[in-house]
Design a protein around this ligand. Structure first.
Ligand code: PRP
Ligand code: URA
Length: 209
């Protein structure tokens, strides 16, 4: 079973409260969602492997550390996942970016895939799938299916707010994928929205509806 971790760093919690607030407008929502993504990825990458490398400083030659292991890629689930990409790229500017387009049918709550464009070498990369909301889990499960179908084998799911239903569904369908969230909320309402949540993440990020 994949691990589920809530990253409850005080700065993450503080910033999440800002974007939960319905009075927070598009500009601040966008800024702060990216800041949270950046802080989350900082925490999640603590376990990246290192290797020794010799470096010449202006004063001496020393053996120091550099990143080893697979290259990284960030995969936003469109549209709302775009709201976390810049934050991740602040820390990992060389990461490639793949896009998975999913929208959730408002009546059935079933996800529909409409776009997939991946770096050619996703099978050789560690992927950070980003999406602000993990509600029923349908979109994340379908996005992971799409990535695995294209050869990806190493990925983590990074969300701002998770519902217990979505965590369980992803863990059951994709037990090899670890999930990281800034918060685990109470439940879904009858329309599949997370309670208390932050509303519709895509609409709040892009100022739609
Ligand atoms: C939202 C959100 C997730 C999905 C979560 O996207 O960004 O992708 O819903 O719901 P689920 O876990 O029940 O699948 P939405 O479908 O609203 O599309 P958008 O990002 O284009 O607004
Ligand atoms: N998608 C959102 O944007 N918000 C929710 O609460 C659930 C799904």
């Amino acid at each position: 079973m994949g691990k589920f971790t809530v990253l409850n760093h005080p700065l993450i919690q503080h910033k999440l409260t800002i974007i939960r607030n319905k009075e927070t407008g598009t500009r601040v929502f966008r800024e702060v969602a990216n800041e949270i993504a950046e802080l989350m990825v900082y925490e999640i990458t603590r376990d990246l492997p290192l290797k020794d490398v010799e470096v010449q400083t202006p004063m001496a030659t020393v053996t120091e550390k550099t990143l080893a292991g697979k290259k990284l890629a960030v995969i936003p689930i469109l549209r709302a996942g775009l709201g976390m990409v810049d934050g991740v790229l602040e820390l990992i500017p060389a990461a490639k970016v793949g896009h998975v387009g999913m929208y959730r049918d408002e009546k059935t709550l079933k996800p529909h895939e409409y776009f997939v464009k991946m770096p050619a070498d996703i099978d050789q990369r560690d992927l950070f799938i980003v999406d602000p909301m993990l509600a029923t889990g349908g979109s994340a499960i379908m996005a992971i299916d799409a990535l695995k179908k294209r050869g990806a084998s190493s990925m983590r799911l990074v969300v701002l707010v998770a519902a217990p239903e979505g965590v369980k569904a992803v863990q059951e369908k994709h037990p090899d994928v670890d999930i990281y969230a800034a918060a685990l909320d109470e439940r879904l309402n009858e329309n599949g929205y997370i309670i208390p949540g932050l509303g519709d993440a895509g609409d709040r990020l892009f100022g739609t509806k």
